[in-house]
Design a protein around this ligand. Structure first.
Ligand code: 5GP
Length: 182
């Protein structure tokens, strides 16, 4: 059984909500906490949502080979997956989920071909735009950049091992869990 699950999909598709749903009912599943150079949003906690690091610290992590993969996301900040927790989870035969972008998903698949890549898709393109606007955490300019990234991500669905549509969070989470246990 594959222990490493990579979840990707366009911005605002609800990946985070789906993952939280899975973790709430399956506390034995680990979630990789990424490092990022982005500043925390209100309510985000260092070491819980991300490891919020400086550009200098991120450079150091890259130089020390501490990251399994990293990428510049939405043309602004760097995000990366700390290698150690992933290696440790696999060694202990525990499940671990990485919620990362398309570039990161490709890099993980190259480094670890056994990784199970799951793409979370919106019910429609219109619905995705609506969810992004509704979230209200981005400016109009940031929304435009994110929709641009989302277009490219939607076009890459075929590279994934599985595609799950997030029409309903509970149903989507259940489908992902089944794929993780298959
Ligand atoms: P946000 O800034 O909204 O928290 O995240 C922006 C994007 O960064 C999301 O699409 C998320 O999947 C991606 N992301 C988060 N952590 C990582 C990571 O460690 N590596 C990569 N490649 N992307 C990440």
């Amino acid at each position: 059984m594959t222990k490493l699950t990579v979840i990707a999909g366009p911005t605002a598709v609800g990946k985070g909500t789906v993952v939280r749903h899975i973790l709430a009912s399956h506390p034995e599943v680990n979630l990789s906490i990424s490092a990022t150079t982005r500043k925390p949003r209100p309510g985000e906690i260092d070491g819980v949502h991300y490891f919020f690091v400086s550009e200098e610290r991120f450079d150091e992590m890259v130089a020390n080979n501490e990251l399994l993969e990293y990428a510049v996301v939405h043309k602004t900040h760097r995000y990366g997956t700390p290698r150690k927790p992933v290696v440790e989870a696999i060694a202990s035969n525990e499940q671990i989920i990485l919620e990362i972008d398309l570039q990161g998903a490709r890099l993980v698949k190259t480094a670890m071909p056994e990784a199970n890549l799951i793409f979370i898709a919106p019910p429609s393109w219109e619905e995705l735009g609506r969810r992004l606007a509704e979230r209200g955490t981005e400016t109009a300019e940031q929304i435009a950049v994110r929709l641009d990234t989302a277009k490219a991500e939607m076009a890459a669905q075929g590279e994934f091992d599985h595609v799950v549509i997030n029409e309903d969070v509970a149903k989507c989470a259940q489908q992902v869990l089944e794929l993780m246990q298959a």
